[in-house]
Design a protein around this ligand. Structure first.
Ligand SMILES: Nc1nc2c(ncn2[C@@H]2O[C@H](COP(=O)(O)OP(=O)(O)OP(=O)(O)O)[C@@H](O)[C@H]2O)c(=O)[nH]1
Ligand SMILES: [K+]
Ligand SMILES: [Mg+2]
Length: 450
């Protein structure tokens, strides 16, 4: 039997031990699996309490089972669900009992979703949304993923595709109408109007993006500066726990330390680095090298100092650098930026005065980070495009539509060809015309059991 036709099973819930674990089975043998373990096939879509037994009749667990006959299931195939106690031995016994049944095998990562996709239960953008939803850490990531899962982009793409086909039909009609291949102007005009409207809509979706794709990965903020200025003290404050060692000894931090923060729903990775200075210590030199490299990749650098001097603030990257004057609790003069003591930085930069130890000025700094994140991710609240793959295909679609408008006056066949290319790109967006290896690459990144 082809692997694609085999029945698959997997643990679909989290790592054992847990209170309850869910094992899913999907495929033509799912009903047989359920009957053999539960004794009978329960009524569809209803929770049924049963004692599961192996082939020798030995009890495995007291469980709740569910039966979803295809095609009205998540995968479109027959699906059985076993809700058991989430102990390792329980799961081992259950999975063994399932796997000995002929034509049943363990699922590959993402294989349940892939079957759902292949059976038309969801399009590729929705599958991507599902994957994002499972991996969402913050509320904004969750909302964005849910929009994707609900098919907002997919629905738009299907609508665009239909309208492209209508525009093609208008052009084809014109080609049939004219004997020498020149389509009369009055037949071109409606097609041109339709294509322009489509092109502008897609261009607007592309333009309204900000960095919505980045909402999946998060914003990277590097804390950099000379040794001993309180960089590690600051990351500990932001993380609200002791992630980095703090000491009065200059050169304490050598490795790059990262924490993931949820700042008002925005995913932010904050990085603490080694104090940047000339040193003979080879270990510290390596730390400084890593610190520089990470600061270069960051989206924002917080340049910490404790003497108000921003002169040597450095970042080789394109990221903006904010000057953060630390240890204001030690200062006798007013060092707040409003007092004008700190050097005015270049544009795009800002100046803060804090005491990382006591917490002075931290609320302002955090608020500024939230605002920066909001501007960075752009109007992601309404964003439809969440992946580079989707963006690239929409760009191709818009490009083809643009060329088809340009070609319409010259040769209708060429214009029609560009419309086919546009429709093809949208088909790939939806996963309707994609090649096997692209699908494989996407679904392999899913979890097992999904
Ligand atoms: N008074 C005062 N001391 C601080 C403040 N922030 C940090 N310190 C102290 O400054 C010293 C250095 O702090 P760290 O956080 O280790 O500084 P760092 O920049 O990470 O140092 P390196 O990793 O060695 O580059 C420690 O003794 C901290 O307690 C502050 O706001 N006020
Ligand atoms: K230190
Ligand atoms: Mg440190």
């Amino acid at each position: 039997m082809h692997p694609r036709d085999q029945t698959i099973f997997a643990l679909s819930s989290g790592r054992p031990p847990s209170a309850i674990a869910i094992v899913r089975v999907s495929g033509s043998v799912a009903g047989e699996v359920l009957t053999s373990l539960a004794g009978k096939l329960p009524s569809p879509r209803q929770a049924n309490r049963v004692t599961l037994r192996d082939a020798e009749g030995r009890a495995i667990d007291d469980a709740v089972v569910l039966w979803f006959p295809g095609p009205g299931s998540a995968t479109g195939e027959d699906v059985a669900e076993f809700h058991v106690h989430g102990g390792r031995a329980v799961l081992a016994a259950l999975l063994t009992a399932v796997s000995v049944i002929p034509n049943v095998r363990a699922a590959e990562p993402g294989e349940f979703t892939r079957r759902g996709f292949e059976n038309g239960k969801l399009d590729l953008t929705e599958a991507e949304g599902l994957d994002d939803l499972i991996h969402a850490d913050t509320d904004r990531q969750r909302r964005q993923a849910l929009r994707q899962l609900q098919g907002l982009l997919g629905d738009r793409a299907r609508d665009w595709r239909e309208r492209i086909i209508e525009a093609s039909a208008l052009i084809e009609a014109g080609i049939d109408f004219s004997d020498e291949g020149d389509v009369p102007l009055e037949l071109q005009a409606p097609a041109l109007k339709a294509i322009r409207a489509l092109h502008d809509e897609i261009a607007r979706v592309l333009a309204a993006q900000g960095k919505a794709e980045r909402l999946r990965d998060g914003l990277v903020v590097a804390i950099a500066g000379p040794p001993n200025v309180g960089k590690s003290t600051l990351i500990n404050q932001l993380a609200r726990r002791d992630v980095a060692i703090v000491s009065p000894h200059a050169g304490t931090t050598r490795d790059v330390i990262e924490v993931q923060l949820d700042l008002d729903g925005y995913p932010v990775t904050v990085i603490d680095t080694a104090g940047i200075r000339e040193t003979d210590d080879p270990v510290e030199q390596e730390g400084v090298r890593r610190a520089r490299a990470r600061a270069e990749e960051a989206d924002l650098v917080l340049w910490l100092s404790d003497d108000g001097d921003s002169g040597d603030a450095q970042s080789a990257g394109a990221a903006p650098v904010w000057i953060v004057r630390n240890k204001i609790d030690l200062a006798t003069e007013d060092l707040s930026p409003a007092a004008g003591k700190a050097k005015a930085p270049e544009s795009g930069s800002r100046v803060f005065a804090i005491s990382a130890q006591r917490g002075d000025g931290l609320p302002d700094l955090i608020q500024a980070l939230v605002e920066f994140a909001g501007a960075f991710f752009g109007a992601s609240e309404g964003a439809l495009v969440t992946r580079a793959r989707q963006r690239e295909l929409l760009r191709q679609t818009a490009g083809s539509l643009q060329r088809s408008m340009e070609l319409l006056g010259e040769g209708e066949e060429l214009a029609a060809e560009e419309l086919r290319a546009a429709s093809y790109a949208l088909g790939r967006l939806l996963g309707r015309v994609d090649v096997e290896d692209v699908l494989g690459a996407i679904f392999q990144k899913f979890c097992i059991g999904k």
